[in-house]
Design a protein around this ligand. Structure first.
Ligand code: PEP
Ligand code: MN
Length: 332
């Protein structure tokens, strides 16, 4: 249950209400909001004088749920605005990882040249083997800061764990929490203290309930700028890297109030399928799309098999604009 407390309620009174319900308390635009477990259905009698309105919820999908807010939240960065009444689909494109200064400059110049303003690349890479490239770390983050200024790009880059979370939050315009970090509550809570957009990727073994509850950790710290990203889940199928769960994405679109971004690159795992899945994603009406692009995919230090080369990506952008036109969405 979510309680909106009355405007005149003091911090001490709000704390008391939260304590009485074993609940979480945060402030949104000067209003105190209390979130209890969803098993509690009504405010306690002693709190009623402080409560303006309350929202009963069926499960712990609460702040992210349509029962609470029956529209999509607007999330903004740079000149981009998604969700709300916007019919924009934000392209977030770039290489899997920052590999060197020359590589990231080449990519950033190319992406900016296409008129795309949101540039992706990881500096802290969550790899499945310790013997592979782990990212350039802080040096990579500095390079991203440099290209952001030089090419007037917004940067989306990932937090792998708490050791560098503050640094990433400082530099990034959108903070990406990867599929493996999705369960790291300390990272989620720290991102909840920021007001920057937080893009959470669905763990490949996570249910939709677990996924949205990860978003609840950020929202319940007071950061309303949360984006959900479907990037493929693990099924019995091994011919593709993961299975792109568009059914799950449809669930998220219908049942949550958060913008939904689709990532065909990580779902497919092979570049040959990415353009088709990207066009399907555009037709689906996603709020944004993550696509990996690399100047020489075969030489990439991570996710080599799925990154598009520049000419394939340029063609894809043309196609996505056409598909967008057919479904009333604009690629930004
Ligand atoms: C990535 O975006 O490069 C990445 C590592 O994604 P995921 O967390 O979805 O595997
Ligand atoms: Mn990747």
């Amino acid at each position: 249950m979510i309680l909106h407390l009355k405007n005149k309620v003091s911090e001490t009174q709000a704390q008391q209400v939260a304590e009485d319900h074993d609940a979480i308390l945060f402030q949104d635009n000067n209003r105190w909001i209390v979130v209890t477990s969803s098993s509690i259905k009504k405010p306690k009698k002693e709190s009623l004088e402080f409560v303006e309105e309350f929202f009963e919820t069926e499960t712990d999908i609460q702040l992210a749920g349509r029962k609470y807010l029956d529209k999509v939240r607007t999330v903004k960065w740079g000149d981009v605005e998604i969700g709300g009444n916007s019919l924009h689909t934000a392209m977030m494109a770039g290489p899997c990882a920052v590999e060197s200064e020359s590589q990231i400059i080449e990519c950033a110049e190319y992406i900016a040249g296409l008129g795309i303003s949101t540039f992706r690349a990881g500096a802290f890479k969550p790899r499945t083997s310790p013997y592979t490239f782990q990212g350039l770390g802080l040096e990579g983050l500095e390079l991203l800061d440099k290209v952001r200024q030089k090419y007037k790009l917004s940067i989306i880059t990932e937090v792998k764990n708490l050791s560098h979370a503050k640094e990433v939050i400082d530099v990034a315009d959108i903070i990406q929490i990867g599929a493996k970090a999705m369960y790291d509550v300390s990272v989620l809570e720290l991102c909840g203290q920021s007001r920057k957009p937080i893009l959470i990727k669905r763990g490949f073994g996570s249910t939709l309930q677990e996924f949205v509850q990860a978003a609840e950790f950020v929202l319940s710290k007071g950061n309303p700028n949360v984006i959900l990203c479907e990037r493929g889940i693990r099924t019995f199928e091994t011919k593709t890297r993961f299975t792109f769960d568009l059914c799950g994405a449809a669930y998220l679109k219908y049942h949550t109030n958060l913008p939904v971004v689709l990532d065909p690159s990580h779902a497919m795992g092979y570049s040959y399928g990415v353009p088709d899945l990207a066009k399907a994603s555009m037709a689906f009406g996603c709020d944004g799309m993550l696509i990996e692009v690399h100047p020489t995919p075969a030489k990439a230090k991570s996710d080599a098999s799925q990154q598009l080369d520049f000419s394939t990506f340029t063609k894809l952008i043309t196609d996505l604009k056409i598909v967008g036109g057919a479904v009333g969405r604009k690629l930004v």
